[in-house]
Design a protein around this ligand. Sequence first.
Ligand SMILES: Cc1cc2nc3c(=O)[nH]c(=O)nc-3n(C[C@H](O)[C@H](O)[C@H](O)COP(=O)(O)OP(=O)(O)OC[C@H]3O[C@@H](n4cnc5c(N)ncnc54)[C@H](O)[C@@H]3O)c2cc1C
Length: 383
Amino acid sequence: MSVLDAHADYRTRIQAFAREHVRPVAATIDRAQAIPPATIDALVAEGLFASGFPTRFGGTVERGPQAADAWIRHGLLHEALGYESASVQGLLNVHHMAGSAIVRGASSEQKQRWLPRLSSGELLAAFAITEPNVGSDAAAVETWAEGEAGRFVISGCKQWITCGQIAHLFVVLTGSDQGPCAFIVPRATDGLRIEPIHDMLGCRGYQLARIHFEGCSIPAEHLLGCPGLGLSYVAAAGLDAGRYNLAWGCVGLAQACLDASRVHTSSRQQFGGPLSDLQLVQRMISRMMTDIHAARLMCQSAGELRGRLSPDAVKEAAMAKYFASTMVNRVAYDTVQLHGARGCGPDQPIERWFRDARIMEIIEGSTQVLETIIARHACQRPS
Ligand SMILES: Cc1cc2nc3c(=O)[nH]c(=O)nc-3n(C[C@H](O)[C@H](O)[C@H](O)COP(=O)(O)OP(=O)(O)OC[C@H]3O[C@@H](n4cnc5c(N)ncnc54)[C@H](O)[C@@H]3O)c2cc1C
């Protein structure tokens, strides 16, 4: 039985949910640059905020032999959401990224305090690394944490933060005299100012923001893990989760492109027959199908290794994200091509898919950064 067959019931259920609650609002999300609260409420009511968190904190992943299945189902959720709306997939992605950093770095008390509320959807979390002067080189962050009398005072600015406009808390990477630190910073913290960012190329429902930390004083118990390990240990878990989620999201988006292309090329008549009879068109369709199939298999492999706590899981997620994000750009490009003018017009989702796909090569490690990371894995651990 294939992996997909083994999870057919879950896949059918989650696709039906996405069709009912996400598809009708996907175009509006893009235009209004916001996800309607009712859509977020539906994700919460369906229990989807819990996906990928440990079961002991209300989540779906139990350590042991069932873990791989849970990670595959988590991936299928991101595929189903990516199929309907990259923006909605992005919301659950950053929530899980921030939560994964908490799972990795938090003490038992911190986990007990925060994770059940993330799993239930009472709280939405965002993940803040990037700054005006710092992107790919996350170790160079300029946002700074000064320790004083059982508290930390954070000053600086984070930029391009997905869900920054609406998140209840932020996992924030800072520098400090003792090296990189990761903190949980609630939105209600004094000195935290949120400035929305609009009119991005794609993923326009991400509700991005610039977050200003103007002497934000937070208790020391909001520090995740030890000073010095904020990036390599704590934030790294969030990035790894994001790569896994996004790879599946790209498969979903690419599948939507392929399905639309199949329908269009079968019905559109030119030169006395359907476009799908033309061999150059067939080449595009066959390349799409093969590309998507390969990316999905890489995602499944990454999920299985995650479940087994394999040392190769991080490399596999990076490779899956690298391949899937470049793949979805090829697929979206050809989808516009196959639809001709219709692919450029406002009445179809094609141009939105094309714009959303472009974002995928920039976030969670750009294509070039992932190329260097994957090459580093190759040099460290020959397979
Ligand atoms: C829609 C959207 C949502 C985002 N959400 C978040 C979020 O929630 N949280 C967050 O912290 N950040 C977020 N980001 C920021 C994102 O993580 C960064 O854009 C990304 O890390 C790249 O950083 P940069 O844009 O500053 O580009 P730069 O780091 O300045 O890179 C510019 C170019 O140089 C290339 N480059 C950089 N370093 C190397 C290298 N070593 N070798 C070869 N080429 C290199 C890059 O690939 C890229 O093509 C978001 C960005 C977007 C567009």
